[in-house]
Design a protein around this ligand. Structure first.
Ligand code: HEC
Ligand code: HEC
Ligand code: HEC
Ligand code: HEC
Ligand code: HEC
Length: 170
């Protein structure tokens, strides 16, 4: 009888230690995924947020950038509704590093690309990044050199742009 109780207590303690191990805060890192769930479909469509709210450089900068967790907490500091999803979000944001998301799309380092130049020429995000369901699955922009060139040659309905090697390669 006593042995059984002792065993239960030991099981309980090891469960606590294991839980503690699972909950240990991650060191800040831009590349590690923190498991904070996010859906563009929800925030874009129903809430009408603009892309630059979270991707601050996308209209003017070279890089679009990813949001910090502070950008989320501006709205989610107080639970907006009491749903399971919001409770889970609260605790995952608490544990997350300051920049919880890593960038999945990367051109080779020898290619020059500037978001602001394209926004100024009215090339919308969707032309290169497909749509919300792709972003939510983390599909990177499908731009090959041929696609850049096709548009720059004026074949996609946009004004022609540079096609010489040095404009896009360093
Ligand atoms: C409320 C914040 C927010 C808004 C508004 C937002 N995004 Fe995002 N976006 C994110 C987050 C967070 C991720 C990373 C998601 C992940 O990795 O799980 C992301 C990832 C992306 C990615 C993938 C980048 C990569 O290479 O990894 C693209 C592309 C993107 N967003 C485009 C857009 C576009 C276009 C809009 C406007 C229509 C938009 N986003 C609006 C927060 C936002
Ligand atoms: C401009 C305000 C705003 C910003 C910024 C924002 N959200 Fe939201 N978010 C909302 C609203 C409003 C809802 C829907 C209402 C609700 O469920 O409370 C929502 C819903 C959610 C949900 C769904 C919760 C559920 O019920 O399942 C998640 C997850 C979420 N947001 C994550 C994020 C993350 C991660 C970021 C930062 C990249 C972010 N949000 C930035 C306003 C915002
Ligand atoms: C002409 C094509 C094109 C357009 C238009 C475009 N992007 Fe991109 N985007 C790219 C390419 C290419 C990359 C990868 C850049 C790299 O690796 O240097 C990228 C990367 C990103 C990333 C990853 C983070 C980063 O800074 O690299 C996000 C987020 C993003 N774009 C969002 C957007 C949003 C939001 C818009 C609209 C305002 C947009 N993009 C318009 C081609 C485009
Ligand atoms: C859908 C059309 C489209 C796509 C796709 C596209 N571009 Fe462009 N690009 C433009 C337009 C339009 C301009 C602006 C031309 C101007 O302002 O005179 C431009 C300008 C540029 C410039 C500045 C030099 C110049 O000619 O003004 C560079 C560099 C560039 N793009 C690189 C790229 C790269 C790299 C890719 C592929 C990853 C790409 N672009 C994909 C339409 C596009
Ligand atoms: C409008 C922009 C643009 C122009 C102009 C351009 N490139 Fe590219 N190039 C790219 C992009 C984006 C990539 C990376 C994606 C890919 O491999 O398709 C690339 C990739 C390459 C690669 C492959 C390198 C690798 O990592 O595998 C070579 C080689 C190359 N370019 C040579 C050239 C030469 C030579 C010219 C001139 C005749 C040229 N490029 C003009 C955008 C451009």
């Amino acid at each position: 009888m006593k042995k059984g109780v002792l065993l239960l207590i030991m099981l309980f303690i090891s469960a606590l230690i294991f839980a503690d191990y699972l909950m240990a805060p991650e060191p800040p890192s831009r590349t590690k995924k923190a498991g904070v769930s996010f859906l563009h479909a929800l925030h874009g469509d129903s809430l009408g947020l603009s892309c630059e709210m979270c991707h601050a450089g996308s209209m003017v900068g070279q890089r679009a950038y990813m949001p910090s967790k502070q950008d989320c907490m501006d709205c989610h500091r107080l639970p907006l509704t009491e749903s399971e999803g919001i409770v889970a979000l609260d605790s995952s944001l608490k544990k997350a590093p300051d920049y919880p998301w890593s960038v999945k799309s990367r051109l080779p380092a020898h290619v020059v690309f500037h978001h602001g130049v394209h926004a100024k020429a009215n090339v919308s995000c969707e032309v290169c990044h497909s749509n919300e369901s792709d972003w939510d699955r983390g599909v990177p922009p499908s731009v090959s050199m041929n696609e850049c060139l096709a548009c720059h040659r004026g074949e996609k309905g946009f004004p022609p742009a540079a096609t010489d090697c040095a404009s896009c390669h360093r």
